[in-house]
Ligand binder design. Sequence first.
Ligand SMILES: [Zn+2]
Length: 409
Amino acid sequence: LSFILFKNISCLVTNSGLPSSGGVRPKEEQLGIISNGAIALRRVRGSTKILWSGPQKELPRDFRSSRFKTISGRGFTAYPGLVDCHTHPVFMGDRALEFELRMKGASYQEIAEAGGGILRTMRATRKASLSSLTKILEERLSVTRKFGVALMEGKSGYGLDGPSEIRSLQALRKAQSEIELVPTSMAAHALPPEFRGKKNEYLSWICEDHIPLVSKKKLAEYVDVFCDNGFFSVDETLAIVKAGKKWGLRARIHGEELSLTGIAALSREWSFDSVDHLLKVDQRGIEALAETGTVATLLPATGFYLREPPAPARALIDGGAVVALATDFNPGTSPTQNLPFVGTLAAIQLGMTTAEIIAAITWNGARSLRRETRFGTLLPGFEGAPVLVPGDHPNALFYPLAAPGGRSL
Ligand SMILES: [Zn+2]
């Protein structure tokens, strides 16, 4: 147990106004920015609780005591611990070769059809034991931590059979890290080769065998489906969402990325917590997301690696959708754990403002994971170690191209 006081923080971004706005059209005043601020916090075995934040001159006497280890924040900007609400961190091997092929012009679908893509990673992941999956995941989490992330979603989906999908989820449960992990079962990431031509059989296995087992073992909070041309259709996606619902798992969806399927518009009937990618989303989809509060999670690092045109972030935000940003960390299409860099891309390629970006990598991401009362602000009672970076402007986190290290407790 320890108590820490950051004092004289040049620029303190508390996000104090985000919860009351619901994360819709974030404006600078909702960031609750304080110049010369302070944060008092308590740490117990790697977990952090915010006790107080506000102007230095209003710091209550209780937090001035010698119990508190005091750290100067002069010359720094402080933020709530970041939230990465879409990652695929459980895999073995890499796909460096494919990166080269893609740069020569091969498409995602062409690579998948040639036996590369997700299936290449699947072969390596199936061979891995639970302890080696857990170990590599812990190494990756320590990198993510250095980028300031306090809460992270992580998906299975490189096993694509019972034992290795279960092992992937167990690794997410077992990994020791300061980051709070939210596990998602994504057996519907791709069709494994042994089910080629027998997709219905794979779907019934997911819905009737796998999801019930995941639920009974309490290995995941969510199901996710790659809903797109050449992957899983809208009807197939909804069958999985329905099975998840029956077994107490909520849904987040990979949707409207390679083609417009209409899945985002179905958030009205199906109450997904998040629809992610959205490069091809149409007006109907935007309206449905805005009406239902289903979070629109944008993944610009993926578009950057795939040289795809950006998602319509402005139309989504101006249309009233709650927008989050995440890394989509995976070995194929977004081999980065650098969430601040995603903020840089959002400014340059998506035309998002500083307030919109900060909301998107903190409170809005937490909202998509149903942890918005615990993560994403520095209000008393919230969790997650704050991030401090050099600078005295709210964009200090993503205006320089981020390097890991020295960013958080
Ligand atoms: Zn993804």
